[in-house]
Design a protein around this ligand. Structure first.
Ligand SMILES: N[C@H](CCC[C@H](N)C(=O)O)C(=O)O
Length: 337
């Protein structure tokens, strides 16, 4: 599959430090942490992202020329259905980046895992940690979210991916204000609730899984609390040893955690099927649940990841986990299939 793409860039004013409120998509409604979401540091914005942040230009990957985009072209881009091409939107959540595909017209993913591997390649493809498909719901849900990791494996769920998925659906369906939809995932039913300010809540079912998995040392969400200086870790060396250990027949994500205080953790992650990523939403949630269960932290923590901070709260009264973090559009694109 040739990878020659015309890229349309949804750009806002290219100031390096403008992380607009609307760009903060949160899985948290607790006002206490909303202020912290505005503390999201723009440090994870790369020059490429900033350079692509002006809504009036299109970059053609073939000519690398910059052309003015007619008004409203973002909407028309999302309506593109030319056959023989895959139209996608590139999002990232703290640098954990995904190719999002509007797959609402079919219950079969538009890409094979092998094609996803090629598109995720950062040199020969678009470059991403995974491909996420917005598909028709099943068993009465509004949508289904499926994800292929950059190695082609299919995980059950993806925390950062849910934030990007929520932003993607809101754009596709032109949703504004408070919205809620039911989402079928490999980890079960998720009911993301988009709040008036664009934030999204994560439902409690995942907590039972997190709780159970920590207790049962289930391979998917197993988290190791290791009291160490995580920056000194050679993830490429130690990560695969955990991922491929015989203890985890389905492999595992592994989070390496430094407890800075009872409300501040620092984490690096080696992800199953994606390697060292800049952020892991499910991992950050699992880390806080595990740290609480192990007595290392309180129920509200800022988790520092290489891509930036996530605010996580495991609320006692409803057993929900609330995650606050950004979900940014990077560009729209089309690739020939
Ligand atoms: N690689 C992970 C899926 C993505 C999880 C991570 N990106 C997140 O934000 O939750 C796995 O195979 O379980």
């Amino acid at each position: 599959m040739a990878i020659a793409a015309t890229i349309s860039l949804p750009l806002t004013s290219p100031t390096r430090h403008s992380v607009t409120r609307r760009s903060i998509t949160s899985l948290n409604v607790s006002p206490s942490s909303s202020s912290s979401s505005s503390s999201v540091q723009p440090s994870f914005l790369t020059l490429e992202t900033v350079a692509f942040r002006n809504p009036n230009f299109r970059v053609s990957a073939t000519s690398m020329s910059i052309e003015a985009l007619e008004k409203g072209s973002q909407t028309s881009f999302l309506d593109r259905k030319e056959s023989g091409f895959l139209h996608f939107v590139k999002y990232h959540g703290l640098g954990n980046d995904f190719i999002l595909v509007d797959n609402r017209d079919s219950s079969e993913p538009k890409l094979t895992p092998e094609q996803a591997v090629k598109l995720c390649d950062r040199n020969f493809g678009i470059g991403a940690d995974g491909v996420i498909f917005a598909m028709p719901g099943i068993n009465g849900t509004d949508y289904t979210m499926r994800i292929f990791n950059s190695d082609g494996s299919e995980p059950e769920m993806c925390g950062n991916g849910v934030r990007c998925f929520a932003r993607f659906i809101a754009e596709l369906e032109n949703l504004h204000g408070k919205q809620s939809f039911t989402l079928h995932t490999g980890a079960g039913l998720i009911v993301p609730e988009i709040q008036d300010d664009g934030k999204v809540i994560l439902n409690s079912r995942i907590i039972q899984m997190l709780h159970l998995s920590h207790a049962n040392m289930n391979n998917w969400l197993k988290t190791w609390i290791i009291l160490l200086y995580v920056d000194e870790l050679n993830l490429a060396d130690i990560g695969p040893k955990f991922e491929h250990h015989a203890m985890f027949p389905a492999r595992t994500n592994t989070e390496f955690v430094q407890v800075i205080s009872r409300s501040h953790l620092k984490m690096r992650v080696w992800e199953r099927g994606a390697g060292a990523t800049l952020a892991c939403g499910t991992g950050a949630c699992a880390v806080v649940v595990a740290a609480v269960l192990e007595g290392h932290a309180g129920r509200s923590c800022t988790v520092d990841l290489p891509g930036g901070p996530l605010d996580i709260e495991w609320r006692e009264e409803d057993n929900h986990v609330y995650m606050t973090g950004p979900a940014e559009i990077v560009f729209y694109g089309s690739v020939p299939l």
